[in-house]
Design a protein around this ligand. Structure first.
Ligand code: GN1
Ligand code: CA
Ligand code: CA
Length: 271
């Protein structure tokens, strides 16, 4: 306000009439004040450098890179473990008869003996042995009702048991569940079943450890001989892991929890 008043005074006093009329009419007092009266000072020095700014924000994740080149072939792997032992091979053919041995040395000269006495004693022993054999046969076949081959006795136990119970009962008697490994033994057991008027018994075969891999209870595989009924083994219920023999001699896989009679075997040879 002070400047504006001063300017009017100055212009009225010092400027000629024509200049005053043209300029004073068109300009405001503040224009005249900034251009004619208050001039800007000289430019100052460049200011000091500002402080370093804070670390910027982390940039956005870049786009996925191109697929890399295929790697070079790896090193050769370690040597594998030795494979499982294979199943038992079949029995080889019988070898040729060996050459006859050298003749034995000549015997010592005989001595006099009272042969009649000995002959009589031997005769009496023979009779006793025959009587014993016949008695034993009667006890075995009629009383006990067992069957036998040259190597084994077979005995059907008429107790309804699960497979596990049956096996335990045979073992408690010193034997095991019967393992028919050839046609002759299979037929003998089959005749035994039918002679007692039975239909089925458990025998010592199962695929409990591995489905469809039937094993005898002595841990040998069913391999060279089998007597499966047509269509068996079928794992019918999905749980048929134990084996029965029917009176026909045919085998069928059944549930191990089935409770039926069973047949044990006992070795004749004392090991
Ligand atoms: C018997 O009864 P079924 O059909 O379900 C048998 C199976 C045989 C099947 C043959 C306990 O089963 O083991 O595979 O017949 N089950 C029993 O048809 O004897
Ligand atoms: Ca099975
Ligand atoms: Ca079956």
């Amino acid at each position: 306000m002070l400047c504006r008043v001063t300017l009017y005074v100055t212009l009225l006093v010092f400027l000629p009439g024509d200049i005053y009329s043209s300029e004073a009419e068109n300009r405001s007092a503040s224009d005249i004040c900034s251009t004619h009266t208050i001039l800007p000072g000289p430019q100052g020095d460049i200011g000091e450098n500002g402080d370093t700014g804070e670390t910027g924000k982390q940039g956005k994740e870049g786009p996925k890179g191109l697929t890399g080149d295929k790697g070079i072939i790896g090193n050769v792997g370690d040597h594998g473990l030795i494979g499982k032992i294979g199943p038992i091979g079949s029995k080889g053919d019988k070898g040729y008869t060996g050459r006859p041995g050298l003749p034995g040395e000549k015997g010592k000269p005989g001595t006099f003996c009272d042969c009649g006495k000995y002959r009589k004693a031997f005769g009496q022993v023979d009779v006793k042995v025959s009587q014993l054999k016949s008695s034993l046969q009667f006890v075995k076949n009629v009383i006990a009702g067992i069957r036998e081959t040259e190597e084994k006795f077979f005995y059907i136990i008429k107790e309804e048991c699960s497979y596990r119970e049956a096996l335990t009962k045979c073992r408690k008697r010193g034997g095991t569940l019967a393992m028919p490994k050839d046609q002759r033994t299979n037929s003998l057991i089959a005749d035994y079943i039918s002679s007692l008027g039975l239909l089925r018994v458990f025998i010592g075969i199962n695929d409990i450890d591995k489905e469809k891999q039937f094993m005898y209870v002595d841990n040998t595989p069913v391999q060279n001989y089998s007597s499966w009924k047509v269509g068996e083994p079928n794992d019918g219920s999905g749980y048929e892991d134990c084996v029965e023999m029917l009176s026909s001699g045919a085998w069928n896989d059944v549930d191990c929890h089935l409770t039926i009679y069973f047949v044990c075997e006992f070795n004749k040879k004392i090991k």
